[in-house]
Design a protein. Structure first.
Length: 166
């Protein structure tokens, strides 16, 4: 961007002027080009940053988002998200639906997802409808498993009933 002659000219002008104009002149134009480039990554970071429901939070009602969500607290209601992570301390009583579902905690209800993963600490009581599934050794699962090409479609899942609490 700068040639050697321009740097030399700037230095010779600096000797006759104070150093403050040179310091402020290059600093002022620099942020202007960066702002547009920062806004695009900031928007993509917002998309990738999950919303987090902490372990001390208790929700009664449905939760729906197009983004990602991580739940560490208790939810009584249905949850729908792009990527859904159920933390080890979380308890969900309701249906969970997502493109990518990772269960580390307890779920009482139906799980529907393109990719479903039950980790070793998972406790699921209900049916799982999936396109792909992974169940780690140590996971506790009571229910049925059904593979579907489109598990997110509502029409094909009505025949499976959610477990009844005893």
């Amino acid at each position: 961007m700068f040639s050697k002659t321009r740097v030399t000219e700037t230095r010779s002008q600096q000797s006759t002027a104070t150093s403050a104009p040179e310091t402020s002149a290059p600093a002022t134009p620099a942020p202007a080009p960066e702002r547009p480039t920062e806004s695009a990554p900031a928007a993509s970071r917002m998309r990738n940053t999950p919303s987090v429901l902490s372990s001390d939070l208790k929700v009664s009602g449905n939760i729906s988002t197009d983004g990602d969500i991580q739940i560490e607290g208790n939810v009584e209601g249905d949850i729908r998200a792009h990527q859904l992570v159920i933390g080890e301390s979380a308890t969900i009583k309701g249906e969970i639906v997502g493109d990518d579902v990772v269960v580390n905690g307890r779920v009482i209800g139906r799980v529907r997802g393109l990719k479903v993963r039950l980790t070793a600490t998972a406790r699921v009581e209900g049916d799982i409808i999936h396109k792909t599934i992974a169940i780690e050794s140590g996971a506790h699962f009571e229910g049925s498993v059904q593979r579907q090409e489109d598990p997110l479609a509502n029409g094909g899942t009505k025949k499976l009933a959610a477990p009844t609490a005893s």
